[in-house]
Design a binder for this molecule. Structure first.
Ligand code: AMP
Length: 400
């Protein structure tokens, strides 16, 4: 179905210049550990019923700039996904859109294409795209870059962490496309290096995650600074009360489109692995990984330190593994993700926060080496397996 594109990270040529980040709140919400009954981690997969969606449009049907159509074809997109099919026509007409959709639905193109069309058709337009994590912001940047190839549009990625020098340099060039995480974007606004009054388009991606991560005040601040005469496109997997409030305040007469896939991960086989003591735990993991040699395995552990140590131990045991956590530099994180996406490694150990927003559609196994803090976290974690119509496996390690 909608698998990640392989043309990762083309040369940074016409900027869309990238930086690294440290969301000030990258620690995420500090949930207390719930005592979740292990029986909730056991559930057989139910057969995946592939809902056949017949799209109403082809990409050619959309009243969209020819360059975008050409680049879509080059990317190999043939049929619009449901969210694209339904959202793009409204987006192109300049309507505010609320997309209720999660990762893997093709939501990025659903907002990027109408936005890029407007940038090409109405010179002087400018878009601010806000995403919860560095990784997601980078993925959006990659998509925009490939859609906008040859357009002369200029973009900047404002994510925190590393030096501001390149971001400041790129911002001076007045990029039409500004993509970033809330904290770093706000930093630039406060420094006076980015003026919100220059935007007439705004996209919020994964609003629910941003709210989860404590960014709601920053989002309100940013949206409040953008002129009211604008087009706004919001995407969220859920509409909790706080999000509904944001929508009511900041969207005008939006078209709502829902294509959310089930968050219950019905097509994930869920089971537990009991262990007694540290050695038994790692040995059991070893066995699981041996039996999943042909799969792509995402392992969750608790702390940066734990993730790093487990990643190293698995490498020593001969597995093609790497670790992803907030203690790594941006380039190390990018490298780990890229290796995982391109099958250079098939095991990635991560913290919950570092794993947010990773768009890897072909993960076969999610292993909770440490139990999640909440059942909701559990559902988020295992939802990463069994995407795009495949059956996945989730195993949760429980101490006897
Ligand atoms: P997203 O939900 O935007 O993260 O997209 C998930 C994946 O599907 C990405 O790797 C996209 O490149 C891919 N994708 C999005 N739309 C299409 C399409 N119409 N045809 C084929 N692949 C797509």
């Amino acid at each position: 179905m909608y698998t990640p594109s392989n043309n990762r990270r083309p040369s940074r040529g016409r900027s869309f210049g990238g930086q690294s980040s440290s969301n000030r709140r990258s620690g995420g919400p500090k949930n207390h550990k719930q005592n979740i009954n292990p029986s909730r981690f056991i559930k057989p997969a139910t057969a995946f019923v592939d809902e056949v969606y017949t799209s109403e449009h082809s990409f050619d049907d959309f009243a969209m700039h020819p360059l975008l159509k050409k680049n879509i074809a080059t990317k190999g997109y043939i049929t619009p996904s449901p969210i694209q099919d339904k959202a793009i026509p409204h987006g192109l007409m300049g309507k505010d859109v609320l997309g209720i959709a999660n990762t893997g639905t093709g939501k990025t193109a659903a907002f990027a294409l109408p936005v890029l069309h407007k940038l090409l058709e109405q010179p002087g337009s400018r878009v601010l795209i806000i995403a919860p994590t560095r990784e997601l912001a980078e993925q959006i940047e990659d998509e925009c870059r490939s859609f906008a190839k040859g357009s002369g549009l200029f973009g900047v990625l404002l994510i925190g962490g590393a030096s501001m020098t390149n971001q400041l340099r790129d911002l001076k060039k007045k990029p039409e496309i500004v993509i970033g995480t809330p904290g770093r974007i706000k930093d630039h606004v406060e420094r006076g290096t980015l003026s919100l009054s220059t935007f007439n388009l705004v996209v919020l991606d994964e609003v629910d995650r941003m709210v989860d991560m404590g960014f709601i005040a920053d989002i309100r601040y940013l949206l409040g600074g953008i002129p009211e005469v604008r087009q706004s496109l919001f995407f969220s997997a859920t509409i909790e009360p706080k999000i509904a409030q944001l929508i009511n305040t900041f969207l005008i007469d939006p078209i709502t489109i829902s294509v959310r896939t089930s968050e219950t991960s019905d097509n994930v086989e869920q089971d537990v692995v009991y262990y007694s003591g540290r050695d038994d735990r790692i040995d059991k993991l070893h066995d699981v990984l041996n039996s999943a040699k042909d799969g792509k395995v995402l392992i969750f552990d608790e702390t940066k330190f734990g993730v790093e140590r487990l990643g190293n131990e698995l490498v020593q045991r001969g597995f093609k593994a790497d670790a992803l956590h907030g203690g790594k530099s941006q380039s190390q994180r990018q490298r780990a993700l890229k290796r995982f996406r391109t099958n250079d490694i098939n095991v990635l150990v991560a913290t919950d926060v570092a794993a947010r927003g990773i768009d890897v559609a072909d993960i076969t196994h999610v292993i909770n080496y440490a139990t999640p803090n909440t059942y909701e976290d559990y559902v988020h974690r295992i939802g990463r397996a069994g995407r795009a119509g495949r059956t996945g496996t989730a195993l949760t390690f429980i101490s006897r």
